[in-house]
Design a protein around this ligand. Structure first.
Ligand code: KG4
Ligand code: ZN
Length: 350
């Protein structure tokens, strides 16, 4: 089977063609970084307009690079949520038009499910597995039991970890997006110089919190006045070490719960934009070796937003006969586990 995947839920406009046998035939991603950089973050209106400007051309390019015609496709898959609603609507309307014009099956994909299933495209990981989903909008631990079957063990009660990276970078004037900038600056920093908090460590549940860590960084920056490059490096290293400690402690707790619920150990999969961070990967690798959960991580280009993961999720759904109608709606919020109890805390986002 061969599917066209379309992604427009945040600030990447992306299209890809994936084949169930031959893998990724094309994967075109256009980042809108330059358009949003002056504002220090994604501006939803600008994102939606940029998707309109670029999506048609990107789809044509993805089809061209894959060297396929419409008749060679078995379906069109598109992110229909969660995400910035204007952008989601641009992708959804375009995908519906393409599917309708070429009489192709249409699949409405949950962006988070696509992040969670991407690893099955590269590594053929079997269900169930434990998923740490770490992106700009989400920070969750889930048991992936199957396509469309997720049990959420934990989520953030305030900021997502990627958001904390971005805000730390902003406080230090390191530019946008923050994750790669913080990772680079941390390389020459002393992680022990500043005493930073590790929120929620040791708790019985698997929830996360990062706003206290961000506030601690802000206080240190205020104390420093004008931070030097070394101050910035030390703060980035300290922040990254604290974030890693939190992710490790919460993941270890989730491994215990996974083992109790499923009766065994399984793969530990990391996905989402923050999974591109090499320091975090290295720290989590140590945890996985100690706990006996093989760590599997898609390559960085498939961890950040892309069309191939949407096409793959579409393939998985089509293979199970899960097709959507053209009535499918754009959804700003779309939890993977609607039955999960609400996490206690202020300003819950997930
Ligand atoms: O999955 P993604 O591309 O988009 C969302 O669905 O949110 O994730 C983007 C997030 C941003 O917060 C970005 O700063 C973060 O992933 N990120 C990183 C790194 N690369 C991207 N965070 C830490 N270290 C990185 N190397
Ligand atoms: Zn994403």
């Amino acid at each position: 089977m061969r599917v066209l995947g379309i992604e427009t839920s945040c600030d990447e406009t992306a299209a890809a063609v994936v084949d169930s046998e031959r893998g990724i035939l094309s994967n075109v991603v256009l980042s809108q970084l330059d358009e949003h950089r002056p504002y220090g973050g994604v501006v939803p209106e600008i994102a939606a307009r940029a998707h309109i400007d670029h999506l048609d051309g990107l789809i044509a390019q993805a089809m061209d690079e894959a060297d396929v015609s419409w008749a060679d496709l078995d379906g069109v898959a598109v992110t229909s949520g969660p995400g910035l609603i204007g952008g989601v609507m641009v992708g959804l309307m375009t995908a519906k038009a393409v599917a309708s014009a070429h009489n192709l099956p249409f699949v409405a994909v949950n962006h988070l499910e696509a992040h969670g299933l991407a690893v099955r495209m590269t590594d053929k990981v079997a269900f169930p597995y434990l998923l740490l989903l770490v992106s700009g909008g989400h920070c969750q631990l889930l048991i992936v039991e199957g396509v469309g079957k997720f049990t959420r063990l934990g989520t953030t009660i305030d900021d997502a970890v990627g958001e904390a990276f971005d805000k730390t970078a902003k406080l230090l004037g390191l530019g946008y997006p923050g994750g790669p900038a913080v990772e680079a600056a941390a390389k020459t920093g002393d992680p022990k110089r500043f005493d930073l908090p590790r929120p929620l460590i040791g708790r019985d549940d698997c929830h996360f919190s990062f706003s206290g860590l961000k506030s601690a960084i802000r206080r240190e920056v205020e104390k420093l006045g004008v931070p030097t490059d070394q101050d910035k490096a030390d703060l980035c290293a300290g922040f990254q070490a604290a974030a890693a400690d939190v992710l490790i402690d919460r993941s270890r707790r989730a491994m215990e719960i996974f083992e109790r619920r499923t009766g065994g150990k399984g793969a530990f999969v990391i996905s989402g934009g923050v999974a591109a961070n090499k320091y975090l990967r290295a720290r989590l690798t140590v945890l996985c070796e100690r706990e006996g959960f093989p760590m599997i991580c898609p390559p960085p280009s498939l961890c950040t937003d892309n069309g191939a993961m949407i096409a793959w999720a579409g393939l998985e759904r089509l293979a199970l006969g899960l097709v959507d109608t053209l009535e499918a709606q754009a959804r700003a919020r779309w939890p993977l586990d609607p039955d999960a109890p609400a996490a206690m805390g202020a300003g819950v986002k997930a």
